[in-house]
Design a binder for this molecule. Structure first.
Ligand SMILES: Nc1ncnc2c1ncn2[C@@H]1O[C@H](COP(=O)(O)OP(=O)(O)OP(=O)(O)O)[C@@H](O)[C@H]1O
Ligand SMILES: [Mg+2]
Length: 379
């Protein structure tokens, strides 16, 4: 049965570099997962007017299609055009895909961790003024990911398309001094594979490299160059049209290692496990057991085969003076959409709508109060 929108219900929107997830509060999974991309086509017939398309309506395989990606490494970019894109995509989701009236919906939107107050205010402006929604809640995505497994203390390791964030959280609040952001994630793995297979794949066939990354990359417990990763037949990948290509073991082995050893793609930064351990070490001593006992994986790229086991093994090897039995890495099967699911759970609590959202009347009441409203409702 289709969900009916009650005035107390929320539309939950998780903004991602690669995909926006949207759906109704209280549901188990997002109703819509839309690529975060927009296209603007100058239409001659309509007197040179612009037609904007988003997500599934775009012909992503046509090299002529101009594409705009408004989110970069987890954050909405700063130009007017990027905000116009976001506003268009959000409106398209609520009005066309969810068929709801903008002025009667309540929205919970995820925020990237350590976002600036200015950006948050701009987000509120788009929703409460441009789109005119009823009320708006803004929550950091990692806090919601933790909430999705019923916890309020722990360290969230979110690996998405554009960004890996490592966020220790205590009683629902992120600990800013210990947050690590790594500008590496699924897109970097896909791009690496695409470059290595450029003899077989066209520039517009990035979606094939993504599918190779999702299906064939296996993170080993320990890195060994050129190891046997999969049985012999699995090294072959069938392209559309039936051509079969041989994907070299070395390409897959290195792709699997990018997050652990960023130097593979020339990045002079520490790998993910070192950064998780450093983040835990920055927490107060009495909070540390809550952190290493609750390492929570989230985001699509944390679904990579073998990723969970490798992270757990590496943390156990590197965290000195802690018994292995006390270290726990949670990898729930729904973790790809953990932030959205946590948002869905939180927004279905009556206290959320009452105490944790900005109401349109409040926002419109006194323009000078906008910064303090953002401050009051930032969690
Ligand atoms: N089973 C899988 N194995 C490996 N990678 C996967 C799998 N499923 C999804 N991914 C990858 O996860 C990424 C999408 O994850 P997600 O939706 O969490 O990112 P996002 O929220 O758009 O980005 P970000 O959080 O970085 O802003 C893509 O790179 C995709 O290829
Ligand atoms: Mg994300």
């Amino acid at each position: 049965m289709e969900a009916e929108l009650d005035t107390k219900d929320f539309i939950v929107i998780d903004n991602g570099t690669g995909y926006i997830k949207a759906g109704y509060s209280g549901e188990d999974a997002p109703k819509i997962v839309l690529p975060t991309v927009m296209s603007v086509v100058e239409s001659q017939e309509q007197g040179k007017s612009k037609t904007m398309y988003s997500g599934a309506d775009i012909d992503l395989k046509n090299p002529e299609t101009p594409l705009f990606y408004p989110i970069d490494r987890g954050e909405i970019k700063s130009t007017e055009q990027d905000w116009e894109c976001m506003s268009f995509i959000w409106e398209h989701i609520i009005k066309n895909l969810m068929q709801e009236e903008l002025n009667s919906v309540n929205v919970l939107i995820t925020d990237s961790i350590l976002n600036t107050r200015e950006n948050r205010q701009r987000m509120a402006q788009v929703f409460l003024e441009t789109l005119g929604v009823n009320s708006l809640g803004i929550m950091p995505a990692p806090v919601l990911s933790l909430f999705s497994i019923g916890k309020t203390r722990g360290i969230v390791v979110d690996v998405g398309c554009g960004l890996t964030s490592i966020v220790p959280i205590f009683e629902g609040f992120a600990l800013p001094h210990a947050i690590h952001k790594i500008p590496l994630a699924g897109n970097d793995i896909t791009t690496f594979i695409h470059q290595k297979l450029s003899a077989h794949l066209k520039p517009t066939q990035m979606f094939l490299s993504r599918s190779i990354a999702e299906d064939m990359v296996v993170v080993p417990l320990q890195y060994r160059k050129g190891q046997e990763l999969l049985s012999e037949d699995k090294r072959f990948y069938e392209l559309p049209g039936g051509k079969i290509i041989n994907v070299d073991q070395d390409i897959l082995a290195n792709a699997a290692e990018i997050l652990f050893k960023p130097s593979i793609i020339g990045q002079d930064i520490k790998g993910i496990t070192d950064q998780i351990v450093e983040s835990i070490m920055k927490c107060d001593s009495d909070l540390k057991p809550d952190m290493y006992g609750n390492v929570v994986l989230s985001g699509g790229s944390s679904m990579m085969k073998g990723f969970h086991e490798r992270v757990e093994k590496d943390i156990k090897n590197r965290l000195e003076g802690v018994s292995n039995n006390d270290i726990k890495v949670h990898a729930d099967s729904f973790r790809q959409h953990a932030a959205w699911i946590g948002g869905s759970m939180l927004a279905s609590l009556s206290t959320f709508g009452q105490f944790m959202t900005i109401k349109k009347e409040e926002w419109e009441n006194d323009p000078n109060m906008k910064p303090s409203l953002i401050h009051k409702y930032s969690f």
